[in-house]
Design a protein around this ligand. Sequence first.
Ligand code: BDR
Ligand code: CA
Length: 347
Amino acid sequence: MPDPLPFIIDCDTGIDDSLALLYACASPEASIVGVTCVGGNVDAQQVALNTRAVLELAGREDIEVALGRETPLVRPVQTAPETHGPRGLGYAELPAPRRPLSDRHAADLIIEEARRRPGELTLITIGPLTNLGLAVLREPELPRLLRRWVLMGGSYRSAGNTAPTTEWNIHCDPEAAKVAFTAFAKPGLAARPLALGLDVTERAKFTPEHMGRLARRSGSQPDETLGDGGRESSSIASNPIVRFTADALRFYMEFHSRYDGFYGAFIHDPLAVAAALDPSLVRAEAVTVDVELGGTLTTGETVTDWRRVWGRPPNLDVAVEANAEEFLDRFVERVGGLAERLVNVAS
Ligand code: BDR
Ligand code: CA
């Protein structure tokens, strides 16, 4: 097998962020250099707690976790308790993390690790772009020091999920997104950033059927992930990762059932991690994208020049198709496999 891909995840953990972390921990071709935390789905302090708790659930207490800036560059903090629950992990409860936070700032961790291995590190952002915006302001060479930046954010041809044309991660800190998109528009990058917006991440629909398959793959008992009260009750699965995933996703599925018309969940962030590890999961087109900052209705929109009327060179590879079925199978296999291995190690 080739050397594992070193990467940093910048996240606002968050239900689907937590699943992205589990997927990363379950992926043999991945080497997680560090995880950095940004406010978004919940406030940044809660993100830092959730992130460490999830990594410890996955048996990865060794990974450095750093907290970043706690407010967007310009705007006030916004969080999404309706979508992710008051503490960000739906109905799931995890023990308080044992490992302390890093004493590095998230932006410094990103810069220092990129300088340590120029051209090798992939940065995956699955939250608002505050830390990355700050990092490129501190180190304008960052885009050239990275192997690639892969982001979950934006809606390029599809509708938004926060405002009619605006996706959550860009909506929370549009100024940071603008700073980052501009910085990565430089010539001479090893690769154009890969952007997964709602266009593709809303194809990654995780259903109760996937949850059942994941539980069976892990060997959890009983293989029914719900409690006696069915969809109303907490999971009684014996396996801690299965129990966590079922309880977190139950909240997310209820949200999607209210707002998106299906009992299931879009697992945006894990798809971004999976595509960073294996870009063949998506087909992307090189386009020029800018961020609306002055709209009365559209601030935070990722304005995309599909017809090339601006005449500016492309700055993003935007994913336009995804092999969602293959990704969901991989998710079930990998996270179910991790859940099984950890129980066997512990017993
Ligand atoms: C994005 O917003 C957050 O709620 C999710 O974690 C994901 O990163 C989807 O718009
Ligand atoms: Ca997220």
